[in-house]
Design a protein around this ligand. Structure first.
Ligand code: SF4
Length: 454
């Protein structure tokens, strides 16, 4: 047991991957927990291993690249012709930062993608070496999706799911502080954005949950029902974000904007309030949610680059590309956006690439069909999530049942080890598709070619 202290270190760990980019990636729930703990008397110290060196923007995007260190490629990924990296601050910076902090009563660590777990292990390892007596706990996406794997990882406590009374009770017991009445996960305060170093953007949910059930998605594991937030709460949260004086952009984390009713009401709220920020939709808009009214409201409320997507893409994309009904809907959405004032160069759409049974011909047809309709296509690589029907199917194909290796959930394997194409064919198609696109697009690590130096 560690010494009783009201100080808590909250740590966002390193990630390990072939590529990583700060595309509006922030642990919003973790930062809300930080604010809650501060309000209850804990002295919270936030250590962001993914801290970028500056908040500078690239093009219209306020995110940016992380610094990285090349590390040994795991054997199971040995055939992937790219360098494997630990993204984030250097080991020295990490330890120097910890040296400057008061010793904590507990260390809390958030987690992200399942295939980033080696970065988490290294973070835990470094902490355990120096602070073996201090209780540690982890929560977040990885611990929720793979609780058994997380439990086996190390001696630290793992708390899958939302922040719960059980977790708060554990924290009280190891730190000796009482939090009084825990209001429940849904009532946590707005995130403590002041703790995040070097960011000019924040993230927000106008709703949580999704009413669709795409066979490759784990959204329901986090929010089984759809709930839209009240405008009173949203106003409070946006004003808290703006009070800090450093945030210029806000990204919406909403999963489900298919309900135009909710979307239009939210956009009208933004138009009415004229918050002085640029808005972004990293999760894209379903083509079925775009109407003339929605498009006008999007434009008026300051969304710069509307991105479109189609739900259930495994069912609507065949070897011939998209069906005519889906294409008609894409055209209609694009027309609405252009009539609202968007230039065709601002309108793009995601195509999820790497699903089981997908063919390169199907991807190529789909990309060309979208281009013919003045929509810029992007391939987004499929990450097989354990527990989802298509994720499990893909993992079986990759031999997951025998090795149980979560590194196989890496999205790059969707294109590098896909039975429908070779990676050279995939990258040739990508290169052809990118064509004359603007510079910002050509630096997207999702579509970068393999590293030359291997
Ligand atoms: S992929 Fe999108 S639309 Fe489909 S279930 Fe997930 S969040 Fe919902």
């Amino acid at each position: 047991m560690g010494s009783i202290s009201n100080t808590i270190w909250m740590i966002r760990p390193w990630i390990t991957d072939f590529s990583a980019y700060d595309h509006f990636a922030q642990p919003r729930g973790f930062l809300s927990l930080a604010e809650y703990l501060r309000s209850r008397g804990w002295d919270v110290r936030y250590v962001d291993c993914l801290e970028r060196q500056s908040a500078s923007a690239k093009g219209n995007h306020p995110g940016g690249r992380y610094t990285w260190t090349e590390i040994k490629k795991p054997d199971v990924l040995a055939d992937i012709p790219r360098r494997y990296k630990r993204y984030g601050i250097s080991m020295d910076t990490f330890h120097n930062t910890l040296d400057g902090l008061p010793l904590p009563g507990a260390i809390l660590i958030t987690t992200g993608m399942t295939y980033w777990y080696p970065g988490l292990i290294q973070t835990i390892h470094e902490l355990e070496k120096r602070y073996p007596e201090i209780p540690m706990a982890a929560g977040g996406i990885y611990t929720t999706l793979c609780p058994d794997h997380a439990q086996r990882l190390s001696r630290i406590r793992s708390f899958p799911g939302h922040i719960s009374r059980t977790f708060i009770t554990w924290l009280e017991s190891v730190t000796g502080i009482s939090s009084e009445d825990f209001p429940g996960h849904d009532c946590l305060p707005p995130p403590a954005w002041d703790l995040v170093p070097n960011t000019s953007y924040a993230v927000l949910n106008s709703s949580v949950g999704c009413r669709h059930q795409c066979r490759y998605c784990a959204a329901a594991n986090f929010f089984p029902t759809f709930i839209s937030h009240s405008f009173t709460d949203l106003t409070r949260e946006i004003n808290t974000i703006l009070d800090g004086g450093t945030i210029t952009d806000i990204a919406l984390y909403d999963d489900d904007f298919a309900d135009t009713d909710h979307l239009n009401r939210f956009l009208e709220f933004l138009v009415r309030n004229r918050f002085p920020v640029k808005w972004h939709l990293p999760n894209a808009l379903s083509i079925h949610s775009v109407t003339p009214e929605t498009a006008t409201l999007l434009k008026k409320s300051g969304f710069n680059q509307p991105r479109l997507s189609v739900n259930y893409i495994d069912r609507v994309l065949s070897d011939h590309g998209f069906s005519s009904s889906v294409l008609n809907r894409f055209s209609y959405a694009s027309d609405c956006l252009q009539q609202a004032g968007y230039d065709p160069t601002q309108i793009s759409a995601y195509i999820l690439a790497g699903l089981p049974h997908q063919s390169l011909t199907g991807l190529e047809h789909a990309a060309m069909q979208l281009r013919d309709r003045n929509i810029n296509p992007y391939f987004s690589q499929f990450s097989p999530i354990p527990g989802t029907p298509l994720g499990d199917q893909r993992l079986l194909d990759l031999g997951y049942n025998t090795s149980g290796e979560l590194l196989l959930t890496n999205k790059l394997l969707s294109v590098y080890r896909h039975p429908g194409w070779t990676w050279q064919e995939y990258y040739n198609l990508n290169a052809a598709m990118r064509g004359n696109r603007e510079q910002e697009t050509s630096s997207n690590p999702e579509t970068d070619p393999p590293d030359r130096k291997l």
